[in-house]
Design a protein around this ligand. Sequence first.
Ligand code: HEM
Length: 164
Amino acid sequence: MLIFVMSSALAAGLPTPPGEMPVTPYTQADANAGAVPFHGDAMWRAFHGAEGVARVVDTTIDRSVADKRISDIFKGQDIVRLRRLLREQFCYILNGGCAYSGRTMAEAHKNMGIQTADFSALVEHLQAAMRAEHVDFRAQNRLLAKLAPMKPDVQKRFKAARPL
Ligand code: HEM
C-alpha cells in the first residue's frame, strides 16, 4: 500500500512552481545535489547567508547567460528553475539549512553537449560573483572544490540506443 502511494505521488509529480516549466517527474533527494555539505556555519557565514548566496547565484547566471561563449546553452532553458535550484544546491552544500529538491547533475545537464571550456567559463563567472560578494578567498576555493568533482556528470553524454 505504502509503495503504491509513494509511486503514484512520484508518477503524478509535484506541482510546478509559478513561472517554471514542468519537468519529467524524478525522485527528490539531497544526494542529487552531488556533494556532501560542510559542517558548522563558517561557510554559510562566509557567503553572507541566504541573501549573499542569492546574489552569488544571480550574478553567476546573469554573467553566464550574457557570455557569448556559452549563451547558446542557456537559450530556451528554464532559467527561473535554474536560479531557484542553484540557490538551493549552494544553500544545501554550504550547510545553510536547505534541502535540495532538484535533479542530479547528470540528469539536469543530460546531452547539453557541455565541454571543458564551457565548464571553465561558468566557473570563471562564479569566481567573479564570489569576489563581488567579498567571499573570503579560502571559502571560495572550498566551494569550488565541492563542485569540481561534478564536472564529469555535467559533461556526460548518454549513448544512443543504437548507432545513428
Ligand atoms: C559544477 C557545475 C554546475 C552546477 C553545480 C550546476 C547546477 C545546476 C542545477 C542545480 C541545475 C537545476 C537542476 C534541475 O533543473 O533539476 C542546473 C541546470 C542547468 N545548468 Fe547547470 N550546473 C553546473 C554546470 C553547468 C554548466 C557548465 C552549464 C553551461 C555552460 C550549465 C547550464 C545549465 C542549464 C542551461 C540548466 C537548465 C536546464 C533546464 O532548464 O532543464 N550548468 N545546473
